[in-house]
Design a protein around this ligand. Sequence first.
Ligand SMILES: [Zn+2]
Length: 429
Amino acid sequence: MFEEQGMEKSIISDSVKAVYKTLLANSQVESGLSFLKNDNDYTTDEQIELTAIEAPTFFEEKRGLYYKEKLEALNIHNITIDEIGNVFGVRPGSGDGPKLVVCAHLDTVFPAGTDTKAKRMNGKIYAPGIADDGRGLAVVLTLIRALNHADIKTRGDLIIGATVGEEGLGDLRGVKSLFENRNDIDGFISIEPGSPQQITYLGTGSKRYSVTYKGPGGHSFGNFGTANPIHALGRAIANIASLETPANPKTTFNVGVISGGTSVNTISETGNMIIDIRSNSQDELVRLEEKLLTIINEAAKEENLRWNKSNEVTVDIKLVGDRPAGTQSPDAMIVQVAAAATVALGFEPILNDAISTDSNVPIHLGIPAVTLGGGGDAGGFHTLNEYYDSTDAHYGVQKIFLTILGLIGCEDTTESLLEKIANVRFLQN
Ligand SMILES: [Zn+2]
């Protein structure tokens, strides 16, 4: 199959190009960019230090507290840790500009007790979580250092810090809570491992269900004729497997785990499956979800009907994951700005296919958002062999630095390209 990875292009308007021409000619911006290059090794050390503090999803507190200290040392204002553990503060702008969130995520997929201390081998640094999202956390800090070092006063406020619960069953709880608690955010950048070229501007939505069929059970021979939860499960899976979904917007389904039963000659009392459905369109996701739920309920009925029972097998359906899908135009201002920042460093921007990141939530809410790569080379994500290579990693940070300046503007130098939409949105709600 032909993959459309990176086929979309962002057209950068002349007004955006003009802003970048001004920014690149500015000596403070130049000073910030060269600071970031020189800070690359220090940033890597800080990345290793943060990664060593374990932070499984739902248990980010220790790393969060340490991160708060880091932000305090960089003179970030009003730092708070909210009730679920998000750590955010403000680097105030000069006044009436837009508010931009810049963040990475504190949590990792690794359970407590995983050795996350870094080991250097063949020019690479190995540690679970070193890239995802140790890199993002360190990038946030070096960005602040660069802005402080170059004495740059932005027009808009930077709301800067880190979220919890980005991974797995965390279900984006950190970023969801951020947007439930504030309505003054005009734009959003999340930082994940990745090359400076990449711009993620679409969010894949997903829903996950744990489905359990239940019945009285019995002996396979003696109680033959009892409705069977595993057979109901089989009926459901056969029909799910036959579902048709669109290739574009990409929409998928997967029964990933099944369990139940105790022995070969026992009619089981339970049959369980865990299902993941995904789509780049919220409408398609909802459509698929409706079909799925119908199939799941029908399978119980069919199994009961087969044995002339009315309600012997029942089904318990539990939603265990819910990440909203979101789309933006490739020509949205925030995408243009990130693309212009990429071009300014001599790279060709690549607009990624949708993935699932913290940006899903703002994109879904209609708030401009992108996920940008923090630079360097990385691989083995979510495995114990995760690695990071810091060679030329500063390009990733420089690109984010320039994106921020384009979006919220520099006092006395450029206007902010990000629109102040939060107040308007607030009135509409
Ligand atoms: Zn991540």
